[in-house]
Design a protein around this ligand. Structure first.
Ligand SMILES: Nc1ncnc2c1ncn2[C@@H]1O[C@H](COP(=O)(O)OP(=O)(O)OP(=O)(O)O)[C@@H](O)[C@H]1O
Ligand SMILES: [Mg+2]
Length: 187
């Protein structure tokens, strides 16, 4: 990913220089903030967005807050754009899984053809070009770079056209503080 285009290389450099601003944070809280942000956008008011997080589990990771917002916002906006007004539903859910925090953004929208699944995370891959909707095709490549830059992984799944999509990413869970410091969990 790092060498594939000048834009992403620039983005990676920015990520590295912001390394020091990583902090322990709750991905459940970031998801709530992102949900509020999208609920304020009039384009998506006719689509349902649900959050499903375990009670009392903050889903803590050590990460750069604005980058985490960017990841969840990119995935959520893509999902909201993929669903039909009225019947469209998007769900952001999270859980802890072994030493990882896992988030999923699911939708019941137009789905993704098998061939396209292989290219989704490449820069400039988009089906919005020329379709009257704005879309650069950079959202998922940036999302991928951020998740991997945090030691995580991301994948996309769809049963095919018309059958919705699911994007799942995992980041190392933050472990309980030792001697006053938060550390990242072993993978
Ligand atoms: N939830 C989804 N359902 C169906 N297709 C999706 C979904 N998420 C992404 N895609 C497909 O992946 C492509 C790439 O997504 P990406 O976010 O990188 O770019 P974009 O949304 O087209 O433009 P932008 O850079 O403005 O985000 C989309 O054009 C779309 O074809
Ligand atoms: Mg996008």
């Amino acid at each position: 990913m790092r060498d594939t285009c000048a834009g992403i290389r620039y983005f990676d450099t920015g990520t590295t220089s912001m390394f020091s601003s990583r902090e322990p944070l709750s991905l459940a809280d970031v998801a709530k903030e992102v949900a509020e942000m999208t609920r304020g956008l009039k384009n998506y008011r006719d689509r349902r967005l649900r959050l499903r997080f375990p009670a009392g589990e903050p889903l803590s990771v050590v990460a750069q807050r604005t980058e985490m917002k960017q990841v969840l916002l990119n995935l959520t906006i893509n999902a909201l754009e993929a669903v039909r007004p009225g019947a469209g539903e998007v769900c952001i859910e999270g859980r802890r899984r072994n030493g990882w925090v896992e988030l999923k953004v699911r939708d019941n929208g137009r789905g993704i053809p098998r061939e396209a699944l292989k290219h989704l995370f490449e820069p400039f891959f988009t089906d919005k070009r020329g379709a009257g909707e704005p879309g650069t095709g950079l959202g998922l490549s940036i999302t991928h770079a951020i998740v991997e830059g945090h030691g995580g992984r991301i994948d996309a799944h769809s049963e095919g056209p018309g059958r919705g999509s699911r994007f799942t990413f995992q980041l190392p869970a933050a472990v309980a503080p030792k001697r006053g410091e938060l550390q990242e969990a072993d993978a």
